[in-house]
Design a protein around this ligand. Structure first.
Ligand code: NDP
Length: 286
């Protein structure tokens, strides 16, 4: 047996084509969805993520701008800028690229963004809405993963989903989304003893650790669906995930690759949230 490859990049391309049509329609009605990204400092990885978001926005017709602020920007200055954007009717989505310099409290920043413009889906109000199953801005990576599973008709209801990783941006919310879809969810993390006891019982295995080859063939249940969230840069500059792809490919029924897997879907969900913000769907519910 060998797995079907869940091609995130292809799926993202298809979704972006659909979104382009929607954006065109909105523009005809006089509504131009606009995303503002704030970038603090000159971290090369953050810069490259921000460029990717800007490029993808442009491809779908979403207008965007990047506000670059120096590494010594104070928390007060950043919060003031966010407040200005909250009050700016022409800005529908606000994203502050993380991580932030140490002297700025990330949580203060997340909570300063209006929940109606929180296209990252990190604001506690939006997290609460997600947990209670209400319409909201879903965090981008978890919602991309859910979209990938659904698009490939992977059965979620009644299945055992095991999540490795419990970060606020990936592990915790993806488990919640799968629970909302009636999976039985187990979380594993660095303090989990005998990881293999859990992974080997997983019908759906989501791996968000950040270590190459953290998951190998022996961890996998025959026929499992495996989503590799990890992004690791090897010494030769190439990117790899957390899963030993070649070995797991032979045993799983579905597997997502790195690159061209979850990454492109994350950006696509950001665009989807920006369109949603422009249409004011979540706002009107509040
Ligand atoms: P974090 O570092 O915040 O979380 C990693 C998680 O892995 C933690 O919960 C940690 O446990 C757990 N962990 C670490 N070692 C082990 C181990 N040996 N066994 C079991 N669990 C372990 O990372 P993120 O969630 O932010 O990201 C995870 C990976 O996904 C990274 O490679 C990141 O680059 C990538 N990523 C990819 C995205 C995409 O779009 N494709 C988007 C976001 C992230 P503990 O909580 O106990 O420390």
């Amino acid at each position: 047996m060998s797995a079907d490859i869940i091609k995130g990049k292809e799926l993202a391309h298809k979704l972006k084509e659909e979104m382009s049509k929607e954006v065109l329609f909105l523009k005809e009605q006089g509504l131009v969805p606009h995303l503002t990204v704030i970038l603090i400092g000159d971290n090369p990885a953050s810069k490259s993520y921000v460029n990717g978001k800007k490029k993808a926005s442009g491809e779908t017709g979403i207008s965007s701008d990047v506000i670059e602020m120096g590494v010594s920007t104070s928390e007060k200055e950043l919060l003031k800028k966010i407040q200005e954007l909250n009050n700016d009717q022409s800005v529908h989505g606000i994203l502050v690229q993380l991580p932030l310099p140490k002297h700025i409290d990330e949580q203060h920043v997340i909570e300063a963004i209006s929940p109606a413009k929180d296209v990252d889906g990190f604001h506690p109000i939006n997290i609460g809405r997600m947990i209670t199953g209400k319409d909201t801005f879903l965090p981008c990576t978890p919602s991309g993963i859910l979209t990938m599973l659904k698009s490939y008709d992977v059965t979620i209801e009644g299945k055992h989903a095991v999540i490795i990783g419990r970060s606020n941006i990936v592990g915790k919310p993806v488990g919640q989304l799968l629970l909302n879809e009636n999976a039985t969810v187990t979380y594993c993390h660095s303090k989990t003893t005998n990881l293999i006891d859990f992974t080997s019982k997983a019908d759906i295995l989501i791996v968000a650790v950040g270590r190459p080859n953290a998951i190998r063939e022996e961890h996998i249940k025959e026929g499992a669906a495996v989503i590799d969230v990890g992004i690791n840069r090897l010494e030769d500059g190439s990117l790899t995930g957390d899963v030993d792809f070649d070995a797991v490919f032979e045993k799983a029924s579905y597997i997502s690759p790195v690159p061209r897997g979850v990454g492109p879907m994350t950006i696509t969900m950001l665009l989807q949230n920006t369109i949603k913000a422009a249409k004011g769907l979540s706002k009107s519910e509040r």
